[in-house]
Design a protein around this ligand. Structure first.
Ligand SMILES: [Ca+2]
Ligand SMILES: [Ca+2]
Ligand SMILES: [Ca+2]
Ligand SMILES: [Ca+2]
Length: 367
């Protein structure tokens, strides 16, 4: 009631030539990339009025003399898309100055991390997919329109082994060529995100792709069969250095040897390196036909090489041993580290085997 009476008194005593109080809103629009100092609008002066800024903004300058509104620092739609200022006049009126800051494509797409670690088993079939972390675009009205994958190591060429698959806003890396860890165990790719601005902007993140080993290689002796002359008097109990290889990694490539047959005569050394004779007497008895060493029978021992994969893979080597113990034998075998290789079983034109002392010897194919 008291307020109502005050209002009536104000109406009754209002001077005849007084200008009525007004409150209005003036709207301006400006692009966020406008240069500093640019005039973005101007108020219309009413005769006899003066203007002053009541509530300002650090990015906008209002000139009370010219009534021009200009930028005083860089604008950013993403942090402030509407600037609200208040101007008061005398005679009293209120002007709300609303400055809309318009978006432009001034931000690159952004990945959460610059780097993504990915692991793929080497036996992954073509079509195998791994989800990737995509990018977002900080610009309000922009989105990621496309992704590409480039090979970081091959001068940014388009990736050949891997492709991209996009569905429902998610992005996947897809295996498009067969992998082989033994040929290449890691790849470095770059995932490029491109926004839909005109012109577009892009950014990228590094993909470190590790190919995980599976046990897909057998232990390899390089040969299937070998003939060896063995002189118990000069060779001790060492017959042959075992040196199979396995291209797989860690346990998948760790080899253990076993004597498959005649293990009452032969054994593998404790360090898993040599084929040893553990019963020379029996070996000599079982091979002896005459005292002519050249006619002594050969004794076959089969060695199994097994890796430690799950399941393990095994390979076999047949070693044919001829015992020699006379001077002729010694002369013939004085170079015991040149085993007599049975090349009938060698499939490749050249192959590597280890001699008695572990030195690599290149075998030649004889047709
Ligand atoms: Ca953008
Ligand atoms: Ca923007
Ligand atoms: Ca293996
Ligand atoms: Ca492998």
């Amino acid at each position: 009631m008291k307020k109502f009476i005050q209002f009536l008194i104000f109406i009754i005593f209002l001077p005849k030539n007084a200008v009525a109080f007004s409150e209005e809103t003036v709207d301006f629009e400006v692009s966020e990339d406008v240069e500093i100092g640019k005039v973005i609008g101007k108020l219309t002066r009413l005769d006899g009025f003066t203007y002053r800024l009541s509530r300002g903004n650090s990015k906008i300058h209002f000139d009370p003399e010219t009534l021009e509104v200009s930028t005083s620092s860089k604008l950013d739609h993403e942090s402030e898309d509407l600037i609200d200022m208040l101007i008061i006049t005398n005679p009293p009126s209120i002007i709300h100055l609303m400055i809309k800051v318009l978006d432009v494509n001034d931000n690159d797409p952004r990945f959460l991390n610059d780097f993504q670690q990915i692991s793929i088993p080497e036996t992954a079939p073509i079509g195998w997919r791994v989800s990737l972390s995509g990018a977002i675009d900080p610009d309000t009205n922009r989105t990621i329109s496309n992704y590409t994958l480039v090979d970081e190591e091959e001068e940014e060429k388009e990736a050949r082994i891997f492709g991209l698959f996009q569905s429902d806003g998610l992005i996947y890396m897809e295996v498009i060529e067969k992998l082989d860890r033994e040929l290449k165990n890691e790849y470095k790719m770059r995932l490029v995100a491109i926004d839909d601005g005109i012109p577009s902007r892009n950014s990228s993140c590094l993909l470190h792709i590790q190919i995980l080993d599976t046990n897909d290689n057998f232990p390899d002796f390089g040969i299937r069969s070998i003939d060896i002359k063995y002189n118990p008097k000069t060779d001790g109990n060492k017959i042959f250095r075992l040196n199979a290889t396995d291209a797989d990694e860690a346990e998948n490539g760790r080899i253990t040897y076993k004597v498959v047959e005649n293990d009452d005569i032969f054994e593998i050394s404790q360090d898993n390196t040599y084929l040893l004779v553990k019963n020379n007497t029996k070996l000599e008895e079982e091979t002896k036909n005459t005292r002519d060493n050249e006619k002594n029978e050969k004794k076959k021992v089969t060695i199994e090489a097994s890796d430690h994969g799950t399941p393990p893979l095994v390979s076999f080597l047949d070693i044919w041993i001829q015992v020699v113990d006379n001077l002729e034998g010694k002369r013939k075998n004085r170079n015991m580290n040149e085993p007599n290789i049975n090349i009938r079983w060698v499939f490749e034109k050249t192959n590597w085997v280890s001699d008695f002392f572990g030195e690599k010897k290149k075998l030649k194919m004889i047709f």
